[in-house]
Write a protein that binds this ligand. Sequence first.
Ligand code: ARG
Ligand code: ZN
Length: 850
Amino acid sequence: MKDAAPQRIHLADYRPPSHLVEDVHLTFQLDPKATRVTSRIRFKPNPDSEETGFRLHGEGLTLISAKIDGTRVDPEMVEDGLVVAAPNDAFTWEAVVEINPEDNKALEGLYLSNGMYCTQCEAQGFRRITYYPDRPDVMAPFTVRIESDLPVLLSNGNLKERGEGFTEWHDPWPKPAYLFALVAGELVDVHDTFITKSGREVQLAVWVRKGDEHKCGWALNSLKKSMKWDEDIYGREYDLDIFNIVAVDDFNMGAMENKGLNIFNASAVLCSPETSTDADFERIEAIVAHEYFHNWTGNRITCRDWFQLCLKEGLTVFRDQQFTADMRSAPVKRIEDAILLRARQFREDAGPLAHPVRPESFVEINNFYTVTVYEKGAELIGMLKRIVGDETYYKALDLYFERHDGDAATIEDWIKVFEDAADRDLSQFMLWYSQAGTPKITVTETFEEGTHTLVLEQSVPDTPGQADKKPMHIPLLFALFDPDTGQQFGEDVLLELTEPRIEIRTRGHDRKPVVSLNRDFSAPVIIDDTSRTDDRLFLLANETDSFNRWEAARSLTRDALTALATGGLGPGEEYLDALNGLLVDDSLDPAYRALILRQPSEEEIAQAIFDYGRHPEPLSVNRAADTLRARMAAHFEPDLPRLFRGMQVHGAYSPEAADAGRRAFANGLLTLLSRLDGGTAARAQFDQADNMTNRLAALGSLLQIDEGAEALARFESDWKHDRLVMNKWYAIQISLAPPEAAVGTARALTEREDFDWTNPNRFRAVMGGLVSNPAGFHDATGAGYEFLADWLIRLDEKNPQTAARTSTAFETWKRYDPKRQDLIKAQLDRILGTEGLSRDLTEMMTRIRG
Ligand code: ARG
Ligand code: ZN
């Protein structure tokens, strides 16, 4: 059964479930090696189904006994569960199964993490707990009894009863099995209350291991801010008496929105100024919000099937982005999101793993929790909002909640509420959900006798399994500037591209106006702009849209780096002067100036070189980045020390945006300063820092000039007791190692006693660290590829999900020269040839191999 060829599931094959569930009773008798799960489930035939027969999903379960309406039955075991003859009307299914949480290193279903029981059921983990129709369109209220001597026993919903050695929970809201959760252990809680807008009191708690209590305040506070924000902005109120968050050490993803009992990767909840960076604080605030927002977008309205994953994820990411923009700085957040989207999602769209926001088939659903589904999915919501306008957007959302509360819905349902609220046909917009690939817009300008003509042509590239795509509905925010005054002509215009080509003509100009396209990054597209350097310098000086002003700087920097990496000339004086002008402009938010200063990643430069039709040489890209930093440092020298000093934050640490922005800018400056002073300022900062942001940044600056050894040793002796902090220590020394030393450093770290590779955070610290050092990972000998492949094979045996996710490091292999391609191909084939390879990694390798 295990060796059967993995089945491909198709959206087109969706059929309603044969049976619906009226209610579920579960009893857990917890034991590390032999937990007993007793289920009593009331089924009734689904009137909307033609299906006959009764099947339940199950995986790795030992069935002890099964009954239907009190009579023993003997089910037939099939590949993904069991089949049994069932009555034609409603009946009660009872089963006892045994599972082994201690041996579960896949971290799906019920498992033990450092002595604590916890669950992860999305997407299909519940079938590893008991036999059940494990699909999101089967929703039911759950009653759960947990029996154990452990002091804290939690499940979804409200606590009904607590007694000696047990608790009983009831969740009145019908939910799919993927939202089930259970936690048990020696935990302590930090708690608070929240009064909802209708006056109900909700008990909030963050549950952690003893000793971590002081790291919970920020998450708890973020939760309260999220609850208030969702009431204020979307009118959504919380619907249970309790909201629990639990921090777990071993977790495959960031966090999980189980009803009333969110389970988090410890790294996504625990923080303190001494142990966490500003970026951690911001990320935790956003993840807490994300999971909380799922209560309405995901839980109250869930997905009909897993192809609709973006229905809850795209929307919830969009909502958490809005939240962060409101809590912090909207322009800065927009730029951060665009950087992430381009670095990871455009890359996915451009490679062998490209897939639509709503995929049409999959082998392993866990392989589709991707940046395309999440981040591009969120961009689609942003475009819809821009197309229909803010007022209609919130009207459409109200209609969505009203019409679909309690439903397992589809993207069609979602688009329909927009069509109804806006009274528009959005069928062309639906292509964003079905066509993969990043649309490209080619820009041509002509200027003749006072008439300016702008021609925009759109195309969507072929992607695996998809060719000859239709033109998309693309909202582009656009402005024209007067080259003489620097002023914008008139208002912004929202162009809605629907045809393959449009022309925009304006008359009566003395000189050619300057075009600014895709302001605020209004659409996730590539603008193939042939605009000249002086237009960009103009926008750098005059653009009032903060995104496109940053974009002008970014594209100039990208050009300078690609030129340097391919033997061309470096950055011009004019550009460095313009940049310097922005850095010293105190009317600009320091967080924004930090973004202007931040270089594009080596990855991004490699992609840009490839887009120009050449194979990037990772070492040259790495040297180019170094050279540019040196030139910047030299050019900005007169202002650097003063700017750096002026950006220092005094007084008690606050993770809020204002102080965090100053630190981000100061630390960007410190990197440059270190090239001038040999690391003196960085060493001083490392010694004196009272927070992890400044300490880690100082360490990074020192590592970049190869002066980090002493600081690394100090860091280790200070923090060896803290797993989360040590993950930073692992990652930073690999990602900032000199390219030729990166693989060796990574390998040496995997030989350490505390390299617990079954812990996904620790595994990612090393593998992610290496991959984020492209010149090291792409070492010409192939040592980086071999190292990663060895570890993927090893991890796959225990944790296929994290192995598969990490394997995306290979997705860019066709970008590189033939020799590197051969080296990578050899590793892909070696992995594929491994006996017993998981379905997850097999699918990834097959797709990446192409
Ligand atoms: N729904 C979770 C979130 O976005 C992600 C959980 C995904 N888990 C998985 N095993 N694929 O917050
Ligand atoms: Zn989510």
